[in-house]
Write a protein that binds this ligand. Structure first.
Ligand SMILES: O=c1ccn([C@@H]2O[C@H](COP(=O)(O)O)[C@@H](O)[C@H]2O)c(=O)[nH]1
Length: 230
């Protein structure tokens, strides 16, 4: 049976052994798992296959950002790996996202959800100004969301702070929100944060949570506590 939980645990580890050891403590009915750049660069597709063999659906969070053909071929490779969700940067543009949609539409078998990264949750307005974007994060997120919808993407990575505006503007898009911090947790390098309960109330569909679970003394208990608080 498909997992009903909105929690995606970010497995940001430097080795497959550490990622699998954490996964063994977790219940696939309580969460899905996210494999990102650090773990994938060190361990490759086999870590995804090993997690799938443990019964987990996997979000491959490699945030592809390249010319349309290269990005679409990377998305195709992710689909062939059998991942549940894959993402690309919306700032790669409409043609890039449309090429990814097209390659997945032609894919035989189960298609991963295709998600567009808007503005990283580690960024605030001053960071956008630093890269030449003199806009509030929410304005840029809404702009990129319009492009993602036009390209036929399934959803967005954004902050839960933008969820109410996005659900009003683009109700068909599923919202995947990192920058989730239980009350009292350190923000770390995140800037646009909400608690798990606030994020769901705001309209998030999926909550990406890494360090508050993976660096807890008892990660399985930390996950159970968050799930039961929702
Ligand atoms: O905008 C984004 C996009 C992706 N992430 C990823 O989510 C997790 C968050 O981990 P925490 O330890 O809960 O901060 C991490 O893997 C990021 O690469 C994000 O934070 N923001």
């Amino acid at each position: 049976m498909a997992c009903q939980s909105p929690i995606l645990v970010a497995l940001d580890y430097p080795s497959q052994a550490q990622a699998l050891a954490l996964a063994q403590q977790l219940d696939p009915s309580l969460c899905r798992l996210k494999v990102g750049k650090e773990l994938f660069t060190r361990s490759g597709p086999q870590v995804v296959e090993a997690l799938q063999a443990q019964g987990f659906e996997v979000f491959l969070d490699l945030k592809f950002h390249d010319i349309p053909n290269t990005t679409a071929m990377a998305v195709k490779a992710a689909a062939e790996l059998g991942v549940w969700m894959v993402n690309v940067h919306c700032s790669g543009g409409l043609r890039m996202m449309a090429a990814c949609r097209e390659v997945l539409d032609q894919h035989n078998g189960t298609k991963p959800l295709l998600i567009g990264v808007t503005v990283l949750t580690s960024m605030e307005q001053s960071d956008l100004a630093g890269i030449g974007l003199d806009v509030a994060p929410q304005s840029q997120v809404l702009r990129l969301a319009g492009l993602a919808a036009e390209a036929g993407l399934d959803g967005l990575v954004c902050s839960a702070q933008e969820a109410p505006a996005l659900k009003a503007a683009q109700p068909a898009l599923q919202l995947v929100t990192p920058g989730i911090r239980p009350a009292g947790s350190a923000a770390d390098d995140q800037r646009r944060i909400l608690t798990p309960q606030q994020a769901l109330a705001a309209g998030s569909d999926y909550l990406v949570i890494g360090r508050p679970i993976t660096q807890a003394a008892d990660p399985a208990a930390a996950l159970r506590e968050i799930v039961s608080s929702l």
